[in-house]
Structure formats: C-alpha cells, structure tokens
Design a protein around this ligand. Structure first.
Ligand code: ZN
Length: 396
C-alpha cells in the first residue's frame, strides 16, 4: 500500500480541531476521518473498535495479532489537525510539487498516520513469521486537550478487566509526530490556566468610585515576570529538554475606554521538564503570588495539565528503533523536544513510549504545510521493519 496515495486521501478529509473555539462547519472535528478509517480497517479485515471520547468524537483502534508473538507495539497517530485560517495553499486539496505533498496535516500528523497505516496493512496482508502484535490507534483531540490519548491509556488500566480491546499493556508505544525521523525520547509538558482579577465598574470620568481590575492585574503580572525569571533555576535543566519555563501569553479586560474595568484575565503557559510534577504547578504559582501580593486574584482551574515524557525507561527500545532508522536513511539521533505529545499520556501508565515520524515540526501548523515524499516512504518502511521482527526487541 502506497503511503502517498493514503496521505492524499487523509488530507482531503478535513478533521480540524477547533481548539476550544465555538465554531461549526463541515471541516471541524474528526467524524468523517474516523468513518474513512473504519472503512480502511473493514476492508483490511482486521478487528477494530471505535471508542467515543467526546460527543461524536472517537478514537479508532485496530489490532494485528500474530499467534505466539511476545511483544505488542502500539502505534498512535492523532486524527485532528490545527485550524486553517491564514493558510496560503488550499488546505484540503493535497498537491504534489517538488517532491513534497502540500496540505493541512501533511506533516502534523496525517503523514505519520499514512506511514503507520501503510506499515500496518503490509503486516496484515503478508504476516512476517516473527512479527510483533501491533495495535494501530488513531486518536482524537490531540491538538487541544489530549483527551483521546488519555482515553486510550485507560483501556489497559481502568477498563482492562471489562473485556477491553486492549486488555494488557503494550510493550512499547510509538507516537507519530513529525520528528524528521529522529527519535524523541523525552519532552516537556505544558500546564495552561487563567488568572482573574475583579473590580467594580463605573464611568471613567469618576474612577475613584470604582475598582480597576486591570490595575490589580498589573501587580500579578509584575510578580509573575519575576517568577518566570526564577523558574529555569528552580529545577536542574534537563539535558535533552532544556529548562522549565513560564510565559504569560494573553490578556483581556475592560469593555470600553470610558469604563473602569471590573474584570481582567491573563493566560499562562508553564512548561515542565521530566522530573517535575505538572499537577503541582498551579499550587506552586499560587503560593508564590500569595506570599508577595496582598491583592485578591483568582486561579481558574487549568484547562490543560500536560505530562512530561521521561527517558528513564525507553532507551533500549529507542536504540532498537534507531538501528532500523539507520538501515533505511542513515544516522539519526535520540533527542528531547520542547513540545508535548500523546506519548506522555501513555507513558504515565508505565509503558515505554517514544515519538517518531516523518515530516518536520518546522512545517507543522504552518500556512503552507508540507511533507517530503521520500521521508514519508522511509517512515512507512521503518515502522514496518521495526514491527516485522520482534526477535531483537528489548523485553518489555
Ligand atoms: Zn501532532
């Protein structure tokens, strides 16, 4: 099965994640892509299951099982893409030009998905005698809150006893993201939340009658700026992921210039590094601010609490994968990256996980997203070779 033909079909089916915005339209959400994938697995004649994660938003998961196999490799690629506003190419009409395929999701991560699906189909059609079991997961809602991967991991933890489609933990998870065929063994995790200050509105001609929420927020911001300077020094820098960071990225408040604002909100992005507990981030910032400020502010519940990917248990697997990468495309390396992925949601269950795929993160989310067709084909070949022979896999 040609991964390029597959990728053209995947790009032509919009599956835009609205990323929390209140929008509607045929290009939003994963439903049509999920239907396509159901047809794909149906035609292939494999067992598959659709799992509803959010209303009408599904993970779709298929299995290739070889009797006697001792390792099970989970391949995961997310179905959703980021929005298409501002794109300078037609997002859903895949175009081949100069050895590249252009379109939304080409790199992030329909390219990786096409490569995985092609490898999976090849294993199913001509099962190699030493193949590992392979679970192909196409998860929903990665770009916004990663609920798909969280639901996926529940299948062998919470649901394992109840006839789950994945009753036992996989030996290894390979999560597709555009890594230029390097192997990501560690990454940071993000925590995002809002802080609110409130005041009392009044006409701006008599500001003394009101309480200005924006003035209040200015104290919070100054304290946060000091905190942001300290964050990288609070934890030892991770050798592959760099330092922990904090950034304030948005502010909103006030309704007009002639009204004293009664509310101000800011949005904070805090990146944690392996070894830090992402769930402790908001309490930590709260404590810092309360110690220094005597004004009222409110921490809203975070809408994203990511997890880091640590390289403590995936090294031997990454080396095995790297050997196949080297055979196909020459030397590549194990790396850490600053962005989060589904791998951390899977790794929290104790399973080794790595991130690996064709395409470049530099092209992900861009206005003219593309993927190198050579790299796409190499990715499919490497996924296949890795899964086709379990004899030298580390004992998961
Ligand atoms: Zn992605």
């Amino acid at each position: 099965m040609d991964p390029l033909a597959l990728l053209q079909e995947l790009v032509a089916i919009p599956s835009v994640n609205p990323m929390g915005r209140d929008v509607s339209g045929p290009e939003y959400f994963e439903a049509r892509l999920t239907e396509y994938l159901a047809g794909f697995f149906e035609k292939l004649g494999v067992r598959y299951e659709k799992v509803e994660v959010l209303p009408d938003r599904h993970n779709i998961i298929a299995r290739f099982d070889r009797p006697g196999a001792t390792s099970t490799i989970l391949l995961d690629a997310h179905q959703d893409t980021v929005p298409v506003e501002g794109m300078t190419i037609p997002p859903f009409q895949p175009e081949i030009r100069d050895g590249r395929l252009y379109g939304r999701g080409a790199s992030d991560v329909k390219g990786g998905m096409a490569a995985m699906l092609a490898a999976f189909a090849r294993l199913v059609k001509e099962p190699p005698s030493h193949a590992a079991n392979v679970i192909m997961s196409c998860s929903c809602d990665e770009e916004s809150t990663a609920t798909g991967a969280t639901a996926l991991a529940r299948m062998w933890t919470d649901d394992a006893a109840n006839g789950s489609f994945i009753p036992t933990p996989p030996s290894l998870a390979i999560v597709a993201e555009p890594t230029d065929l390097d192997i990501v063994v560690a990454h940071r995790g993000a925590v995002r939340w809002k802080i609110r200050t409130t005041g009392r509105a009044c006409h701006s001609s008599r500001p003394q009658d009101g309480v200005n929420a924006i003035y209040k927020m200015s104290y919070v911001l100054q304290a946060l700026e000091r905190f942001a300077e300290e964050v990288p020094r609070m934890f030892p820098e991770h050798p592959l992921c760099g330092p922990a960071t904090l950034s304030v990225g948005r502010i909103e408040g006030g309704i007009s210039v002639n009204t004293v604002p009664d509310e101000c909100l800011i949005e904070i992005d805090r990146r944690c590094i392996p070894g830090e507990d992402c769930s402790q981030i908001v309490p930590q910032v709260t404590a810092f601010l309360r110690e220094r400020l005597d004004i009222e502010f409110e921490m809203l519940p975070p809408w994203l609490v990511g997890a880091t990917l640590s390289d403590h248990n995936n090294g031997a697997w990454a080396d095995r994968l790297l050997a196949h990468v080297t055979d196909v495309v020459g030397p590549r390396k194990k790396v850490g990256v600053p962005y989060g992925t589904n791998a951390s949601r899977i790794a929290v269950t104790g399973i080794p996980a790595v991130v690996f795929g064709p395409g470049s993160i530099a092209q992900a989310h861009t206005k003219d997203e593309w993927i190198s067709i050579d790299e796409l084909r190499h990715g499919a070949e490497i996924y296949y070779r890795f899964c086709a022979d379990e004899r030298e896999m580390p004992n998961g």
